[in-house]
Design a protein around this ligand. Structure first.
Ligand SMILES: C[S@@+](CC[C@H](N)C(=O)[O-])C[C@H]1O[C@@H](n2cnc3c(N)ncnc32)[C@H](O)[C@@H]1O
Length: 231
């Protein structure tokens, strides 16, 4: 049966009802992905690459569930969200009740290292590795081990003001950029191939002591990756 196309605005509205973590820990970089960024990433995965609808989807480091719930809303066959933090998963479960998606997502409290199996799609917004160096690499490695198609968000080093302005006014997400050399090498070493990199503007409120401004605005890159390990 063909599933109807969901409007991006409807997806964003649903995601904006997803509550963030009530007491985020800096050591785990527990900030919640903004609803607009989550909607854009999910929309690209679903409608540009056909990697969500009727697929098995794993959200590594699911936090309070925005990406997992969005995948379920778009019509994934099965969704699993995993996070090491009990409180985050408890809130994710409540969010699934609030959004009417309780029966569509399974939640697991675990370190991502404990996850095995095969999934059509992994979608993740890992810690950027600001507090714990290289924290995002463990996520990439696991995603490439268990997923066929991977959508992974990473902080970009691009701080060019003109580029930021361009992203701010861009309504479509057709801008593509080159991957960072480091991430590219890491992905290739773990049998992955980058298909595209989409830059997005992320704005998060002041949350932790090390944040110096009221709002933080920076570029994140959505890496679309194909794992050759599972082919
Ligand atoms: C940047 S937050 C993203 C949360 C959520 N995915 C979102 O986008 O709103 C990263 C998440 O990874 C979780 N995390 C960090 N290290 C982890 C690990 N080793 N295993 C499982 N989850 C982990 C944190 O608890 C946190 O919820």
């Amino acid at each position: 049966m063909r599933k109807r196309l969901i409007r991006k605005l409807d997806l964003e509205t649903l995601l904006s009802q997803v509550e963030p973590h009530p007491s985020p820990k800096p050591s785990l970089e527990q900030y919640t992905i903004p609803a607009n960024v989550a909607a854009t990433a999910l929309y690209i995965a679903a409608y540009t690459y056909n990697d969500i609808i009727d697929k098995t989807v794993l959200d590594l480091g699911c936090g309070t569930g925005r990406l997992a719930l969005g995948a379920a809303f778009l019509g994934a066959k099965q969704v699993i969200g995993v996070d090491i933090d009990k409180t985050a998963v408890r809130v994710a479960f409540k969010n699934s009740e609030k959004t009417g998606l309780k029966n569509k997502v399974q939640w697991i409290v675990a370190d991502i290292g404990a996850i095995h199996g095969k999934f059509d799609t992994v979608i993740q917004n890992p810690p950027f590795g600001i507090q714990k160096r290289k924290a995002d690499r463990k996520f990439l490695k696991k995603a490439l081990e268990v997923g066929e198609s991977i959508y992974s968000l990473h902080k970009s080093s691009n701080r060019d003001k003109a580029f930021l302005r361009k992203l701010k006014v861009s309504r479509t997400n057709t801008v593509l950029v080159f991957p960072s050399n480091f991430i590219k090498r890491f992905i290739e070493r773990h049998n992955g191939k980058i298909k595209a990199v989409y830059p997005m503007l992320m704005t998060i409120p002041h949350m932790f002591n090390f944040h110096t401004k009221r709002r933080h605005e920076f570029v994140v890159d959505l890496y679309v990756v194909e794992s050759e390990a599972l082919c």
